[in-house]
Design a protein around this ligand. Sequence first.
Ligand SMILES: C[S@@+](CC[C@H](N)C(=O)[O-])C[C@H]1O[C@@H](n2cnc3c(N)ncnc32)[C@H](O)[C@@H]1O
Length: 282
Amino acid sequence: MSRENLSSKFNRVSTLSVEGSYCVYLGVGHCFKLIDEPGVFKVSLAGMAFGSLLARYLNKECINSRFLDLGTGSGVHSFLLKGMGVKSITATDISKEAVFVARKNELCNFGVNTIEFAFGDLFQGLPDVSKKYDYILFNPPGWRTPSTSFLETFNKSVGVAGLPIDSMFYGDRTLERFFEALPDHLSDGGKVLIGLNSLVGIRQVMNRLQELHAGKYVIDCRLLERHDFPLLFYTEEWARIRNLLIDEIMSWARKGEAYCCMQEDGQIIWSYEIVELTLWER
Ligand SMILES: C[S@@+](CC[C@H](N)C(=O)[O-])C[C@H]1O[C@@H](n2cnc3c(N)ncnc32)[C@H](O)[C@@H]1O
């Protein structure tokens, strides 16, 4: 099957589009209708896998815990939490547009807004900065920092049209800043469920977490699930520069900065790893 056919097959499997909206099914009857807005991250195969894992992971004890959904995008994982009975949910995103759409999505799916939405870079903009969360969910931008030469060509060909570049790239930098601030927002023994894309450079970011906090915290790191997914190009603008994107990604893999492999048909396969981190103060 050609790369194009495979990509469109996976796109069809992941969502069912209905004029300006699409449906995402996460299992156990949890299905959400979401607005399809160009500047808002559309739930991907990885986001669906993350949601389905959450549906398995959550138990009755979690319902009274405090949850933070960081980089909420469409709000899909917060809706699953709400659908499963979690009462304290805060959801935030760096994109004002995403938060606006997520709030509308909540109203459309539940008829009432109870999720506490915020907008800002990582933990900035949270309504109560001193509040600590028992669970923090994060499905961060999956690709690492691009090279200068890639950026020059990208800016010339895509510019500011469509999806912002930092909704996919700079994941390594975002994760480092996330890890730096994490202990101020996570309760002792609290858990982070994080979806790591092998194109971010997982070994380096996990090493960084240890460097930052192993002196003060015991850090438990458990791989909950791993998937191999095909590389998809989420917008028309990005699909137009697919060869440029592939060259950039393969150069990371050659340098050992990221992991992926190219199949015989040219399809790039990357690894999506859902990891549970627990931090206890020493
Ligand atoms: C890979 S998408 C995941 C969206 C959603 N959680 C999902 O799984 O469908 C990453 C999201 O993180 C947001 N984001 C990127 N950098 C961020 C930052 N520094 N602070 C907060 N959100 C950020 C993006 O706007 C985007 O909505």
